[in-house]
Design a protein around this ligand. Structure first.
Ligand code: F6P
Length: 545
């Protein structure tokens, strides 16, 4: 760590105690314009971070840390198409996929614009044919159901987005997502589908992922049993960077869509991996989704660091993680259609920043990515919010909510918004012992009861949250949300000096699963060489099945 970076971290550590005696409410009392000063609008999108217990000085110190880490230069290198994924010697240019400016997109010395535009146009043409009914299955019928088979980045993005944008989807076409190698996932999904009207999309960047290949093979077998081998050409499409492997699977070449190794799996929703989403919502809505991502790219590249939403999201996260030692971060969309957004973010954030070595392979000297979790509000309120309000750990929270009702029911939406804002307020405000006692007395309880119950009714307050308020959850807003979190994760990776674009940590488990699969499949056979626990579990299973 350079001297400047160490000094910036030390300055933050020295600043933290100055806030100990301060309450977030005091900060509002001292600054009538705190809401304006600690929120950023981007036309119909607002990021409010005024409920974090931070001052102008905190932000300045965090920005100084960002400067010491050269965040701007590293951001420019990212957008220039440099090999920022240094372990895999690749660019990370998913932003190129949503760049609608028409400018050349130079990656590895080559202008990728023509190839990107052509591949997207191919996806759009295919989607249009499915949506219009021009494309037909083996029995001459149109398609009613699309099943995306993929996992991780080849599943979470399209699945999250298809649900988020369901009001924009074609009513005659249903989209399904099968990811788990547990056969129940495929079986349950296919249970009520007519195979003659079902299109399968095998989505896999590598086209080797065990779960996806197993599910694809089973789906293929089901289709062939029902409609014959020739049906595969009409009922299977594939998305991958490994076109040779797709050919071996037998997908018709006109139904194969590519992308590039400079698109990370968890950043691939913008690529052909979005095929299921394009089929669901149509090319025009998908283009609006891309436009939303593009808006944020422009903002990220041009806004000053202290007015830059993803930079501030990242820096506030660093404040909580490294200075305040907070281990988790909750994302609570008060938007039922964003139900899969926390799961999507888990991969984006935890697979990117769950690292313990720096870009050049040395052990990091500080904490890196927090645990990300969440559920839609108001449901989360009745599950884990108790711990967030009164547990011993403080967890920063992102609240997401739309200004406009999504359904035609304004009453429900008013309740939803009220709950969202009330929770954010409650986390900040808390309730003191005296306030708890006064409330209990007001309810007519005896002094003894007041003393007994009051400690249980105390909320520490000062629990930090951001509120993302947007006009409505439309394709452009969703594109903005996804790109904001992508860049937040990138900013944090720069501060922590880690590579957010590789994922070696998932390899070991994959290797061991491949080694164990034949032993598990075998009803007898030796378990020698395995550790005692694994061998014992395999033997126990053999005896009990
Ligand atoms: O979980 C590891 C991972 O490599 C992810 O990064 C990726 O999104 C997922 O597996 C699926 O990989 P693929 O698209 O190659 O099947």
């Amino acid at each position: 760590m350079s001297h400047a970076v160490a000094a910036a971290f030390l300055a933050l550590d020295a600043h933290a105690p100055t806030l100990e005696a301060v309450r977030t409410l005091d900060l509002f009392a001292a600054d009538a314009a705190r809401f304006e000063n600690f929120s950023i609008g981007l036309d119909d999108f607002l990021f409010d971070f005024s409920k974090h217990k931070v001052t102008r000085e905190t932000i300045d110190l965090l920005v100084a840390l960002a400067k010491a880490r050269d965040v701007e230069a590293r951001r420019d290198a990212l957008f220039r198409g440099d090999e920022v994924n240094n372990t895999e010697r690749r660019a990370a240019m998913h932003m190129a996929l949503r760049d609608l400016s028409g400018r050349p997109l130079i990656i590895g010395g080559v202008d990728m614009r023509p190839a990107i535009d052509a591949e997207r146009e191919k996806v759009f043409a295919f989607a249009r044919a499915i949506r219009s009914g021009d494309a037909k299955g083996a029995t001459g019928q149109t398609f009613t159901d699309v099943v995306n088979i993929g996992i991780g980045g080849s599943d979470l993005g399209p699945a999250m987005a298809a649900r988020a944008l369901s009001p924009y989807a074609d009513e005659g076409l249903r989209t399904h997502f099968v990811s788990n190698v547990d056969g129940a996932d495929l079986a349950d999904t296919l249970a009520n589908l007519d195979l003659a009207r079902t299109l399968f999309i095998v989505s896999s960047k590598t086209f080797t992922t065990q779960e996806t290949m197993a599910n694809a093979a089973s789906a293929r077998a089901r289709l062939v049993a029902a409609l014959g081998e020739a049906a595969v050409a009409k009922h299977f499409a594939a998305v991958s960077t490994k076109l040779d492997k797709v050919a071996a699977f037998g997908v018709d070449p006109t139904c194969v869509f590519g992308f590039w190794d400079w698109v990370g799996g968890r950043y691939s929703l913008w690529s052909s991996i979005g095929l299921a989403l394009v089929i669901a919502v149509g090319p025009e809505n998908f283009t609006e989704f891309l436009r939303g991502g593009c808006d944020i790219d422009e903002h990220f590249r041009s806004a000053p660091l202290d007015r830059n939403i993803p930079v501030l999201m990242g820096l506030l996260g660093v404040w909580h993680r490294n200075v305040m030692k907070r281990c988790a971060h909750a994302v609570i969309p008060y938007d039922q259609r964003l139900a899969r957004f926390p799961a999507y973010l888990q991969q984006l954030d935890m697979e990117s920043n769950g690292k313990s070595v720096t870009r050049d392979g040395r052990l990091v000297g500080h904490a890196t990515g927090p645990v990300i979790f969440g559920e839609p509000g108001t449901n989360g309120q009745h599950a884990f919010f108790q711990l967030l309000h009164q547990g011993t750990d403080v967890t920063p929270i992102d609240f997401l909510v739309a200004a406009e009702p999504t359904a035609a029911d304004a009453r429900h939406h008013a309740l939803l918004v009220a709950n969202c804002l009330a929770q954010a307020e409650a986390f900040m405000r808390g309730r003191t012992l005296d306030e708890a006692k006064a409330q209990l007395r007001g309810q007519g309880l005896s002094d003894e009861e007041v003393e007994r119950l009051a400690p249980h009714k105390v909320f520490s307050g000062d629990r930090p949250s951001s509120v993302f308020l947007y006009r409505r959850l439309d394709p452009r807003t969703l594109g903005r949300l996804v790109a904001l979190y992508e860049h937040k994760v990138f900013v944090q990776s720069v501060i922590w000096d880690i590579n957010p674009f590789d994922q070696w940590g998932v390899e070991l488990g994959k290797e061991l699963a491949n080694r164990l699969a034949p032993i598990v499949e075998n009803a007898s056979g030796p378990t020698t060489g395995l550790d005692q626990s694994t061998a014992g579990l395999i033997e126990w299973r053999r005896a009990h099945r």
